[in-house]
Ligand binder design. Structure first.
Ligand code: V4E
Length: 198
């Protein structure tokens, strides 16, 4: 299954409309630490390596090239051996030693409080971050890469039904991008130069 998701910044009224009659699935808090080297070798290729509450996860772009990106879809690896294999790490090395060898260091730490809801088959995540940023994500599962566009369209329609217009001309900044914009302008600029963000 492929998770198609779209981020939104909501007004209190839009949030109220979205969660009205939605099923509340629970609240959780997690802390993410993101890693890269001093040349931003990973993130300028749109590769995101993080430790979430002690568990390593890697998000890889599904687009063929940054210039030809068809959607903001990522492939996710959450098994340490798969992550190490992706990087071609030598056999038997621990992920901690691999990070040291590659000089991948933490560049961002974010604690998120997430409330999860379900409504009409759509997943809704309301995220509040510890650095004063809030985001909503609407998600839909699909079983086929060819249906990503269709799923994205359904998400946009669902949002519109709740008075939320996506504003396609300005992509919503994810939490890490917003963190870098405010706290590490040099890294933020490197992502713009690499066309990972605009
Ligand atoms: C994919 C990505 C980053 C990694 C963080 O991903 P995100 O979905 O924002 O985090 P989160 O906590 O919601 O993960 P989940 O719990 O759903 O697994 S950091 C930047 N990106 C990509 C990105 C981009 N290319 N452009 C913009 C404007 N924002 C984000």
């Amino acid at each position: 299954m492929i998770e198609v998701e779209k981020k939104f910044i909501l007004t209190p009224e839009q949030e109220k409309s979205l969660i009205e009659k939605a099923e509340f699935l629970g609240e959780k808090q997690f802390t993410d630490t993101y890693y890269d080297d001093e040349n931003f070798s990973l993130t300028t290729k749109d590769i995101w390596l993080r430790e979430r509450d002690g568990k390593y996860e890697l998000k890889l772009p599904m687009n063929e090239s940054l210039e030809n990106r068809v959607s903001d879809q990522y492939r996710e690896l959450d098994v340490e051996d798969d992550i190490l294999a992706h990087f071609g790490a030598r056999a038997g090395i621990s992920i901690k030693d691999f990070l040291i060898e590659k000089e991948y260091k933490p560049f961002c730490e974010i604690t998120t409080t997430r409330r999860k809801y379900k409504k009409e088959g759509f997943g809704i995540d309301l995220d509040v971050m510890d650095f004063g940023y809030t985001l909503a994500e609407i998600e839909l599962m699909t079983d086929d890469e060819s249906k990503i566009k269709e799923a994205t369209h359904s998400i946009i329609q669902f949002a519109k039904d709740h008075g939320i217009s996506p504003g396609a001309e300005i992509p919503i900044r994810g939490k890490v991008v917003e963190f870098l914009r405010t706290k590490n302008p040099a890294h933020f600029q490197a992502l713009i130069d690499a066309k990972v963000i605009r």
